[in-house]
Design a binder for this molecule. Structure first.
Ligand SMILES: [Zn+2]
Length: 218
């Protein structure tokens, strides 16, 4: 991909400034690569990266770029002239992966705890009943205790199991809310849905008709 920079109307990144040459500079990148090459096209007033005049230089997102004396810009703004949002889109892959991991963690963590709470009330009275049976040898008071435990323990277990299960929707809800903020088109901000990042990459561009941002470098 090449971004043509200058004052002439057929540039991609047009700059209306007396100090800017008609064809001032060009920015280029190989498809699927993240590094960019900025080249000055023998302009009258020069191209600068982080304050230093350049002829050809590889640049990254953090570099401060200046054309002539007055036009300050950066990589993202130049690339946006070509509707290229591939770098910001690539950053969404870890957002999706983390969301899925956390979702599974909440769901499986809940299953384990809920099962534990459900199993306890049935295991506990059995154990206590056997112990009391050994100790009491038919003592009616201890038999009463055993019966009490056998009734109480399931109630307590079911209560905690239900309480644990009730926490899950709110945890998932909070996770989903954050995901809706983070997993959006880098240009128009539209939520991309619970669609795997790889599937979106295959679409190549934003489906919103007013946006059409390129998610993959052409
Ligand atoms: Zn969009």
């Amino acid at each position: 991909m090449i971004v043509k920079i200058g004052k002439a109307p057929d540039n991609d990144y047009k700059i209306e400034d007396a100090q800017i040459s008609r064809y001032h500079a060009r920015l280029s990148a190989e498809p699927q690569q993240t590094d960019w090459l900025l080249e000055d096209l023998d302009s009258a007033n020069g191209t600068f990266v982080n304050g230093i005049q350049i002829v050809r230089k590889r640049i990254t997102a953090g570099d401060e770029i200046r054309f002539g004396m007055n036009h300050h810009t950066d990589l993202a703004r130049i690339v946006a002239a070509k509707n290229d949002y591939s770098e910001a889109f690539a950053a969404l892959k870890p957002v999706y992966d983390r969301y899925i991991q956390q979702k599974i963690k909440i769901q499986s963590g809940n299953q384990f705890k809920a099962r534990l709470f459900q199993a306890l009330p049935f295991a506990l009275p059995g154990v206590i009943g056997i112990v009391i049976g050994f100790l009491g040898k038919g003592n009616p008071l201890l038999f009463g205790c055993s019966l009490f435990v056998a009734i109480c323990a399931p109630v307590v277990g079911i209560y905690f199991g239900a309480k644990q299960a009730a926490k899950v929707p709110s945890l998932l809800h909070a996770l989903g809310d954050q995901f809706k903020i983070d997993y959006v088109c880098p240009k128009c901000g539209t939520f991309l849905g619970e669609v795997p990042w790889e599937s979106l990459r295959n679409r190549q561009q934003c489906p919103v008709s007013s946006c059409k941002a390129n998610w993959v470098r052409k």
